[in-house]
Design a protein around this ligand. Structure first.
Ligand SMILES: *[C@@H]1O[C@H](CO)[C@@H](O)[C@H](O)[C@H]1NC(C)=O
Ligand SMILES: *[C@@H]1O[C@H](CO)[C@@H](O)[C@H](O)[C@H]1NC(C)=O
Ligand SMILES: *[C@@H]1O[C@H](CO)[C@@H](O)[C@H](O)[C@H]1NC(C)=O
Ligand SMILES: *[C@@H]1O[C@H](CO)[C@@H](O)[C@H](O)[C@H]1NC(C)=O
Length: 515
């Protein structure tokens, strides 16, 4: 007994000390986390020295459709679908560019030319799968009517890409284009703009012949005089040359030669195309990898510099762009995770001096804003929110460096149904990793924040087909109307959960640059 009792108390004492030590360690850890924000990082976004660094128009985001859709007689793209019309009207005002590889095989003809063969595509592949068969196809007046009437109906502005492969004596032959324009005038349509050819710097790679940049510039001069000869068309803009892969020296040389050889005088907007990834090999991880997001920056800067030097005063657009070429990555490009690349692309483009971004594509494939069955994909909702909340004046920001948090700011859109006013600010943020982040906005005298935070719509997480706005899955209440997009209103710092993204509007900011 005498031996056991002290031993028992000693053990108890030791155990007690051990527990106390654990509590102390725990408290220390909590203290450190609080002090240094290890798990819940604080990022300061400062407006103290911000200023307007670019101004974009209300059609900054446009959409694209491939001419393959005309080739397939619009297949599942039902112009009579009330649901589709509602979704399209929601994005107005917007450009819609009907262009791409297939347009260089399109011939306008009053009757369907049966001598041209149409190669049917696999079911449910309704956008360009870039079939390089070189088989021409017909666009009939009815096809053109459908496109124009749809565009007018939903409040969009049509851009059409003429076939540059129609050539005679080494020059572009505009005969067929003129026929289309005569019909256009007859019907009183007024498309907003025209293009000529698609990705001409890749013609050799794709079709084994070249049209050098300076020769292409002469074709654009022809296009310009042709459009001038139809004053009834109004004053459509000319857009081109739709160069692709400007990270390549040959592409930069092509764009430079085209612009400096006269193309820069003919075009109102100089364009380049961009895709981050190949749809066959792209992974979910790449869709939120900061190095992939960053890969766009040098391309924008390069293109903007070439345009500034060789076509001063002319706008520069991303004339066709999406996450992954070849139709978009299966089970990725049409999911929640695609929003990281899309929202960041919009931010980088506005920040680095572009005036337009045409999203490949409005409809179909994996990268469509709406899917083959005309239902909205997550990027549709992101686009809709962007158009309603983000205004034209782009603001520079002071921000603590953190590769996982992307932050952009514009003056708020003061002309949308959301009811924001002059002086208000919209900040948009993307959390690229799985931790919570606290966003501390400084340099603004008001603390009210309107949050529009997007998160995955179901348990599939990053690959969810749906998206939640402030915790509620976004869906059409019926075919005739869009859901009300309601903010979560709060004061002070904003907590952003891992892998969330969204918009923070600051009403009453009275930001001088936005008044
Ligand atoms: C239009 O189609 C007819 C046959 O239906 C053909 O003879 C004619 O050459 C075509 N026109 C053009 C411009 O291809
Ligand atoms: C505001 O929006 C309306 C309708 O969308 C449009 O007609 C008008 O031009 C816009 N005003 C400005 C100043 O952007
Ligand atoms: C909002 O306010 C600014 C500044 O007054 C003005 O220039 C702009 O046209 C307004 N509309 C939109 C849609 O930003
Ligand atoms: C965050 O921002 C507000 C001003 O908007 C400021 O008062 C506050 O001290 C900042 N810092 C922290 C750690 O919240």
């Amino acid at each position: 007994m005498e031996v056991i009792r002290p031993l028992f108390f000693l053990t108890l004492l030791g155990l007690g000390l051990l527990i106390l030590q654990q509590i102390q360690l725990f408290l220390l850890e909590v203290y450190i986390k609080h002090q240094y924000n290890v798990n819940n990082r604080l990022v300061t976004v400062s407006f103290h020295r911000s200023s307007v660094i670019n101004v974009v128009g209300d059609k900054f985001i446009g959409v694209a459709l491939g001419c393959g859709l005309i080739k397939r007689k619009f297949k599942h793209f039902d112009f009579g679908s009330q649901k589709m019309l509602t979704l399209a009207r929601g994005l107005a005002p917007s450009y819609i560019r009907v262009g791409g590889t297939d347009c260089d095989f399109l011939i306008f003809n009053m009757t369907e030319d049966r001598t041209l063969r149409y190669k049917p595509q696999a079911q449910y592949v309704v956008e360009d799968e870039l079939d390089k068969t070189g088989i021409n196809f017909t666009m009939t007046p009815e096809d053109w009517d459908k496109l124009n009437l749809f565009t007018q109906d939903v409040g969009w502005s049509l851009i059409f890409d003429f076939n540059v492969f129609l050539r005679k004596n080494g020059q572009w032959d505009p005969t067929n284009a003129k026929e289309l324009l005569r019909y256009t005038v007859l019907k009183g349509y007024k498309p907003a703009g025209y293009e000529l050819g698609n990705e001409p710097n890749s013609f050799y790679h794709n079709f084994h012949f070249r049209i050098p940049g300076d020769l292409m510039a002469t074709y654009f001069k022809t296009l310009q005089s042709m459009l001038d000869s139809f004053p009834q068309l109004g004053t459509p803009i000319i857009i081109g040359p739709d160069t692709t892969q400007v990270q390549r020296k040959s592409a930069r040389e092509y764009l430079t030669l085209f612009l400096s050889a006269g193309g820069g005088k003919s075009v109102d907007v100089a364009t380049f195309h961009h895709y981050y990834l190949d749809s066959k090999t792209a992974t979910v991880e790449q869709f939120h990898d900061p190095t992939i997001l960053d890969s766009l920056t040098p391309e924008i800067i390069t293109a903007v510099n070439i345009v500034r030097q060789n076509a001063p005063g002319k706008q520069c657009w991303l004339g066709e762009t999406s996450s992954a070429y070849g139709g978009g990555a299966l089970g990725i490009s049409d999911r929640y995770v695609a929003g990281f690349l899309w929202l960041d692309k919009l931010g980088l483009s506005a920040l680095h001096g572009l005036q337009g971004v045409l999203r490949q594509t409005f409809y179909g494939n994996r990268y469509g804003l709406i899917d083959v069955d005309l239902n909205p994909n997550p990027d549709y909702w992101l686009t809709l929110l962007y158009k309603r909340l983000v205004g034209g004046r782009v603001l520079s920001l002071g921000q603590e460096s953190n590769p996982n948090l992307r932050v952009y700011a514009h003056c708020a859109n003061n002309n949308s149904s959301m009811g924001y006013s002059k002086g208000d600010i919209t900040v948009y943020v993307i959390n690229l990793s799985n931790d919570v982040i606290t966003v501390n906005i400084t340099g603004i005298p008001v603390s009210t924040r309107h949050l529009y935070i997007l998160s995955p719509g179901d348990d599939s997480g990053l690959t969810s087909r749906y998206v939640k706005l402030n915790g509620e899955v976004l869906m059409l209440p019926n075919d005739e109307e869009l859901p009300t997009l309601k903010p979560k209103i709060q004061e002070g710092n904003v907590l952003l959960q891992g892998y969330n993204m969204g918009f923070i509007v600051i009403p009453g900011a009275r930001k001088h640059d936005c008044l």
